[in-house]
Ligand binder design. Sequence first.
Ligand code: GTP
Ligand code: SPV
Ligand code: MN
Length: 615
Amino acid sequence: MVGFGAKPRGTLQLETLMNQVMSSYKTGNEELDRWIGEMAELCRPAGVHVCDGSDREYGELAAQLVREGKATALNEAMRPHSLWFHSDAEDVARVEECTFICSRREEDAGPTNHWVEPGEMKRKLGGLFSGCMEGRTMYVVPYCMGPLGSPFSIVGVEITDSAYVVLNMKWMTRMGKEALKQLGNGAFSAGMHSVGAPLKQGQKDVRWPCHVKERCIVHFPEERSVWSYGSGYGGNALLGKKCLALRLASVMGKEEGWLAEHMLILGLTSPEGEKKYIAAAFPSACGKTNLAMLTPTLPGWKVECVGDDIAWIRVGDDGRLWAVNPEAGYFGVAPGTSMKTNPNAMRTIAKNTIFTNVALTGEGDVWWEGMDGSPPEKMISWLGKVWKPSDGPAAHPNSRFTVSAKQNPIYDPMANDPKGVPLSAIIFGGRRNGVVPLVYESFSWQHGVFLGASVSSESTAAAKGEVGKLRHDPFAMLPFCGYHMGDYFAHWLEMGKKTSADKLPKIYYVNWFQKDAEGKFLWPGFGENSRVLKWIFERTSDKAPAKKTAIGSIPTSLDLSGLEILTEKLTALFSIDREAWLKECDEIKNYFKVFSSRMPSELLRELDELIRRLH
Ligand code: GTP
Ligand code: SPV
Ligand code: MN
């Protein structure tokens, strides 16, 4: 890879633009060439750059951003080939209130999504995108979600005026030439993205252009297209991730009989060398990356990582559920990541990494709250100012790293396999300071679907809004389901009928986040979660004991060898407070009303059964 000092490639001039697009650049896909031309006409960029995804292209773009003062090259000796970005202070997270599912019929978007009539939304977008790229380069980013060569993969093309987005897409997806090859003459999912800050002639650009007021992230599920305006932040701007691989893919999965889920996928190997795969859905910033890369504290156990955020799940020829990670990299939460909590992540991000909204040290390396050691004396905070302890966190709580999965020392050898990996267990979980025990097992697939539907979790900094507020987040998919969630629950029930019960993964619920009266975590978490994984592993082959409770089965013995933990803490971790659970059931009952006639009766029955068992 060339260094960040390399010369940038020139961009095309506006006058020659159309000719260039149509003649000199042939993507090999007629519809794509036509669309590029049409979008260039609409957005009126100063030039068009079709990305080839090469290391050279990455180096040139990075160097250009450094020269323009939009990125800082980190200390080459400490963090080779890595970049530091800090965003506009108002562009740091997903924005759920301006995320729309514009299906033709409002009822198909459901009560948990924002909806606007598609025609009306398109008129608005037409206005917003008209001339929105003036003075900027329009990058065309072909990308593939899912392994190259897999019939299940989906090719998307993102048009963006953000070079930052291009750099991130390079690590997060299979991007450029290889994606075009996969596309061939086929259909692609179109994604339009603009930071929404056209540059008038002579106007000086800002470090992180965005448009707070008109921001919107819009999905047209029937057309498989996305239009995103006004934000450069990950989930709003990297359109392959939440927009295509979850919101649009969930709709495709519903139609075609598969699942697109907000789940990590890990491989777990026992000391005897037996390997099983587990998927887990936790809401944003609730522990997926950490579980996916876990270093077990139990001797002899090994975790390998297939993916840390998204899983596409199908019934395989053998009747088991097989999961693929559509992504090629990690867009992970930085704060809390350390050699103690997640050494594999720390090793993964040692080089070739993009850091966004972390702090910059005096030596030109990065820092965040919860990293090993005390804060360096001299630091620039994520706000770009010299940091003092009284300023609050030096890194934004939702600061992130972007890095290729190939750098993960525990990257699973099957991670690129087109058919995916067979699942033995599915875990749901959330951030709950009480009520929900450390782990319990569902009685059946249907009961497991009920557990998924009843997930509640404290909100985090991953989305704009108040942090720490308990909200329902069914299947950790509330912000990511592209259709009516009542239908989504029904689809999960249907998936369970596609195969025999013994082939289905067992379903679990975990909660690493219970707190004591002083607000301290009761469970040490991170590597110690391997004790829970071991129990789940052994349960899936009926080798670990459990006892039935009203809510599900809990361990009668958890392997706690080598862990010092007070008995009273353990008791608290597994206690089931009947009154609190009855209140929880009231909550769930109320919540399910939101889905009215589309709420599957099976899940209402599961709730009644739970209430009956609690009594
Ligand atoms: P998204 O990328 O937003 O979807 O998040 P994620 O689910 O991958 O969350 P991640 O693993 O990045 O964790 C988010 C925060 O939770 C980090 O600050 C972690 O340090 C913290 N965390 C993760 N696992 C544990 C755990 O077992 N115990 C405790 N106490 N904190 C944890
Ligand atoms: C999440 O918020 O769940 C993320 C980060 O994984 S983002 O890609 O920004 O949505
Ligand atoms: Mn996520």
